[in-house]
Unconditional design. Structure first.
Ligand SMILES: [Zn+2]
Length: 113
């Protein structure tokens, strides 16, 4: 074999076996997968904070603290609001001190779209 062809052989082959290179590639693929999962988990939420409550794109209320869906709306000692079972807290739905109903909030949110 001519001398220059031997010199063109990639140097990485001299230092690492095919098996260790394969392991290295698999580790890189695993790292990429972990990064993709992280990006998916940490992606920006598309919920809107309005009237002290998070609203998803279908105008369903979510807890402003833990972001789970809220269902129980009612009258509490601090006023009307949503009760989060996870946080054990009431989140009043109000805008500049004025309380209003869920349906009115939804109507306003729909107009904003
Ligand atoms: Zn909560």
């Amino acid at each position: 074999m001519p001398d220059f062809i031997i010199k063109m052989k990639p140097m990485i082959v001299d230092y690492f076996s095919k098996e260790s290179l394969l392991v290295f590639i698999m580790m890189l693929l695993l790292l990429v997968f972990i990064l993709l999962v992280l990006v998916y988990v940490l992606r920006k939420t598309d919920m809107v904070l309005k009237y002290g409550i998070f609203w998803d794109k279908n105008n369903n209320p979510h807890c402003p603290s833990c972001k789970i869906p809220l269902n129980i709306y009612g009258e509490y000692t601090i006023g009307n609001g949503f009760y989060c079972e996870s946080c054990k807290a009431v989140y009043p739905m109000a805008d500049r001190g004025f309380e209003f109903s869920v349906s009115k909030a939804r109507k306003i949110m729909n107009k904003m779209k």
